[in-house]
Design a protein around this ligand. Structure first.
Ligand code: 3H9
Length: 653
C-alpha cells in the first residue's frame, strides 16, 4: 500500500511510502484519494496529518510515468478534492517537497516542516511547468515575486526561508509527527482556511520591477520553451479566475510533457543518476577519506583543496618551499573568503575550515594520508618525480590520484611500486565550483582505488563520470576534435564571430573562440607542438591558431587573441585575424565560401558525435549518456538539448 491510514485518537495519519523518494505514481494518487474518502466519512476523525516514510516528503510526480498516457485519478483532481476537505489536512514535510509533492502540500490546509526541509517547484528544470495547481495556488499563498522566482527558476527554498515567505506555517520542533499532531490539535476549534484556489492572488508590488524580473527570466531562458510558458501561465494565474488558470496550466503542462525539450531534460536527469555507476564495482568497499593530501597549491591544487575543506575533509597540501606553501594557503583563503562573501559560510565556519588545512614541504607529512591528489605542472618527468616521492612516503593502502587533463596515467602508474592504487581524478576549473569530475580508470587500478575515487566525488557532491585512459579522456578529447573542425570551418570561409554566434544561438553560454581567448591560447599551442612529431601527416592541419600565438595573440590576457579586447573583456572582431585566416586559406589552396549557422552547428555536432562514437568503440566511456553528462556539465553543451549523443539517437540510460 502506497498510502496507509492510522489513528492517534481523533487525528488520522496518512503515511505515503513509495521508496526511494515517494514519487507520485498511480498507487500514490489512488491511495491519497482513498485516504481522503475515508477521513471524510469517519466522523471521529477531526484532522489528518499527511506525512511520508523514508528519507523525504513526496519529491514530485514519478518522472518514469511521463512517457505513458496519464491514468486517472489525475493529481490535479486529487488535490482539488483535498483542498475541498471539510476537516483540516496538515502536510508534515521532511527532506524535499518538490513539484507534485509541494503541490499536494499546497492542497493541504496547513504546512509544517523540519528546519532542514527544502520546498520547490523544479518542473522547469525538466522542461515543464507545475501541472497540478502549483502556478495557481503558490501566488495565492506567497508574494507574486517569490512565486515567480520559484516557478521560473526551479530552485528549492530552505524551510526557514519558506516560513518567512508564508509558504509554511511552522517549523517542526523535534519529532516531525509529534510536532504536526500538536499543531493540528491547536487548530481544531478554528475555522478552516479558505482553499487557496478560492483566494485572490497576491499581485506584483511594482509593475516596472515585475517587467524587469520577466525580462531576466527570458534572457536566461535562451530559447527554452518552459520558462517562457511558466511566465505566461503565471500571468494567467494572477489575472484570470482560478478555475480557468488551472485548466490552462494543465493544458500547458501536457503540451510541454510531449515537447522534445522535456524529453531531453528527462534524459539528462536519469543520465546524471546513471553516471558514476561502474558495474565492476558492485560490492566493492571504498577506503576511508579521513585525511586528504594535495600536491601543488596552484590554481587547480587550491581549488581541489577548497572543495575538500568545504566537504569537511582535512587536507595536507605539499609545496616545494615555504613561499609556495604560503601562496597556496592564500589561494585557498581567497576561495573561502569568496564563499563567505556570498553567504555560503559564516566567519566561524571559515575559520574552522582553514584550521583543517596543513601545509608542508616534506612528503613525510602524508604518512597517514588516505588519498593523495597531485595537481602539479603537466609534465611527465615532474609527475614521475611526484609519484616516486609518494611511493616512499605514503602507506601502500593510500590511493594516489593524478589530476592530469591529458597525460598518460597508465605510464605514471607503471613507474610506481603499486600501480593498482593509481587512478585519475580530473577536476575542472574552478575545481570548487564545477560539478564535473572525470574518474580515470587506469589499466591496473584496483576496485578499492576506483570505489574510493567515486566516494570522494560523492563526498564533494560532484557528478563523477568514469573514463578510460586516452589523450584528453572524454571531455577534452571531444573538445580537441571539434576545435580542429571549427578551425577548418574558419579556413573554409566562416569568421570566429559567425561560429561563436551560431554556438550561442544553439545554447552554449559562449562560443569556442571566445572560450579559448578566456582560457588563453598558449596551453593548447604547447600541446600542439608536443604532438607535432606524432601527428598523422595525412590529417588536415590548420595553422591559424599557431600564427595567432606566434604574433603574441594569446587571448584576453594579452588584449588580443581570436578577438581584440579594448576593455579587457568585450570581444571585438579584428580585421587582422580575418587577414591571417584568409592568408592561411590561400596558402592551403582553399577558395573560401559562406557558411550559414545551421551548417556550422551541424559540422560541430557531427565532430562531437563522431569522436563520441570512437570513445564508445574504444570503451573509454561506460555509456553514451556519460558523454552527454560530461559535455553538459563541463563544456557548456545546452542541457535542454540532451547532449550530443542523445541528439545522435543514442538512448542507453
Ligand atoms: C512534477 O512533479 C510534475 C507535477 O508538477 C505535475 C504532475 C501532474 N520520479 O536524485 P537521487 C529517483 S515533475 C522518479 O539519486 P538524492 C532517481 O532516479 C517532478 N524517480 O537522490 C534515483 O533512482 P535510482 C518534479 C525519481 O537523495 C532515486 O530516485 N520533481 C524521481 O540525491 C534517488 O534519486 C523533481 O524534479 C522522480 N520524481 O536526491 C525532483 N526523483 O536510485 C527530482 C528521484 O534508480 N528529484 N527519482 O538511480 C530530485 O531532485 C532528487 O532525486 C531528490 C533526492 C532531491 C528528491
Amino acid at each position: 500500500m502506497a498510502v496507509t491510514l492510522t489513528r492517534m485518537d481523533d487525528i488520522a495519519i496518512a503515511t505515503v511510502e513509495n521508496p526511494p523518494v515517494n514519487a507520485v505514481n498511480y498507487a500514490v494518487r489512488q491511495g491519497l484519494l482513498e485516504a481522503l474518502v475515508q477521513t471524510e466519512a469517519d466522523e471521529e476523525i477531526r484532522a489528518t496529518i499527511l506525512i511520508c516514510a523514508g528519507r523525504t516528503f513526496v519529491a514530485g510526480a514519478d518522472i518514469r510515468e511521463f512517457g505513458q498516457p496519464p491514468k486517472p485519478p489525475h493529481l490535479p483532481d486529487v488535490i482539488t478534492l483535498l483542498e475541498g476537505a471539510t476537516k483540516p489536512w496538515v502536510a508534515a514535510i521532511h527532506g524535499s517537497a518538490l513539484g507534485g509533492g509541494l503541490e499536494i502540500a499546497l492542497g493541504c490546509h496547513y504546512r509544517i516542516a523540519t528546519p532542514s526541509a527544502r520546498l520547490g517547484l523544479p518542473e522547469v528544470t525538466l522542461g515543464l511547468i507545475p501541472g497540478a495547481g502549483g502556478t495557481v495556488r503558490l501566488p495565492r499563498l506567497v508574494a507574486a515575486e517569490t512565486a515567480l522566482d520559484m516557478i521560473t527558476g526551479g530552485k528549492p527554498v530552505a524551510a526557514p526561508k519558506a516560513l518567512d515567505s508564508g509558504l509554511i506555517d511552522a517549523l517542526a520542533d523535534g519529532d516531525l509527527q509529534e510536532a504536526a499532531l500538536r499543531f493540528a490539535r491547536q487548530r481544531l476549534g478554528e475555522t478552516l482556511p479558505l482553499p487557496l484556489s478560492a483566494q485572490s492572488p497576491n499581485l506584483p508590488r511594482d509593475a516596472e520591477d515585475w517587467k524587469t524580473r520577466q525580462r531576466r527570466v527570458l534572457d536566461r531562458a535562451r530559447g527554452q520553451a518552459a520558462p517562457r510558458a511558466a511566465l505566461e501561465i503565471l500571468d494567467t494565474a494572477l489575472t484570470a479566475p482560478a478555475k480557468e488558470a488551472l485548466e490552462q496550466e494543465r493544458e500547458t503542462f501536457l503540451r510541454l510533457k510531449s515537447h522534445p525539450e522535456s524529453a531531453a531534460l528527462r534524459h539528462v536527469f536519469f543520465a546524471e543518476r546513471a553516471a558514476g555507476q561502474l558495474p565492476r564495482l558492485k560490492g566493492a568497499e571504498p577506503g576511508p577519506l579521513d585525511h586528504i593530501g594535495i600536491i601543488g597549491g596552484g590554481t587547480m591544487g587550491a581549488g581541489i583543496t577548497a572543495a575538500c575543506l568545504l566537504a569537511d575533509l582535512p587536507v595536507t597540501m605539499i609545496e616545494r618551499d615555504t613561499d609556495a606553501c604560503d601562496a597556496g594557503r592564500a589561494r585557498v583563503t581567497d576561495i573561502l573568503d569568496d564563499a563567505q562573501r556570498r553567504g555560503l559560510i559564516d566567519a566561524s565556519r571559515h575559520a574552522a575550515l582553514l584550521s583543517q588545512l596543513t601545509t608542508a614541504t616534506d612528503y613525510a607529512a602524508l604518512a597517514a594520508a588516505d588519498l593523495v591528489i597531485e595537481a602539479v605542472f603537466e609534465d611527465m618527468a615532474t609527475k614521475h618525480a611526484v609519484f616516486k616521492a609518494l611511493d616512499t612516503h605514503t602507506r601502500p593502502v593510500c590511493i594516489l590520484a593524478s589530476n592530469t587533463s591529458y597525460l598518460d596515467i597508465n605510464e605514471m602508474a607503471r613507474a610506481t611500486a603499486h600501480p593498482e592504487r593509481i587512478i585519475g581524478l580530473h577536476f575542472f576549473s574552478p575545481a570548487h565550483v564545477m560539478k564535473l569530475l572525470e574518474l580515470i580508470v587506469t589499466d591496473r587500478a584496483s576496485d578499492r582505488a576506483l570505489a574510493t575515487g567515486l566516494a570522494l566525488g560523492k563526498r564533494l557532491r560532484k557528478l563523477t563520470v568514469p573514463a578510460g585512459v586516452c589523450d584528453g579522456f572524454i571531455g577534452n578529447r571531444i573538445l580537441s576534435s571539434y576545435r580542429r573542425d571549427t578551425d577548418a570551418i574558419l579556413q573554409d570561409g566562416a569568421t570566429p564571430s559567425q561560429i561563436d554566434q551560431a554556438m550561442r544561438d544553439f545554447g552554449f553560454p559562449m562560443g569556442i573562440f571566445e572560450m579559448q581567448d578566456l582560457a588563453g591560447l598558449d596551453i593548447s599551442w604547447a600541446m600542439r607542438k608536443r604532438r607535432a612529431a606524432t601527428r598523422d601527416p595525412d590529417e588536415r592541419y590548420v595553422d591559424i591558431a599557431d600564427t595567432l600565438c606566434e604574433a603574441g595573440r594569446l587571448g584576453r590576457k594579452t588584449g588580443r587573441g581570436w578577438y581584440l579586447y579594448t576593455d579587457g573583456k568585450t570581444p571585438i572582431p579584428d580585421p587582422e585575424v580575418e587577414q591571417i585566416i584568409a592568408q592561411s586559406a590561400e596558402a592551403a589552396g582553399i577558395t573560401r565560401r559562406a557558411f550559414d549557422p545551421d551548417e556550422i552547428i551541424t559540422r560541430i555536432l557531427t565532430a562531437m558525435q563522431h569522436e563520441g562514437q570512437e570513445i564508445l568503440n574504444e570503451n573509454i566511456a561506460e555509456r553514451a549518456s556519460d558523454i552527454d553528462v560530461v559535455m553538459i556539465n563541463g563544456y557548456g553543451f545546452p542541457r535542454w538539448r540532451g547532449g550530443p549523443m542523445y541528439m545522435a539517437g543514442h538512448r542507453d540510460s
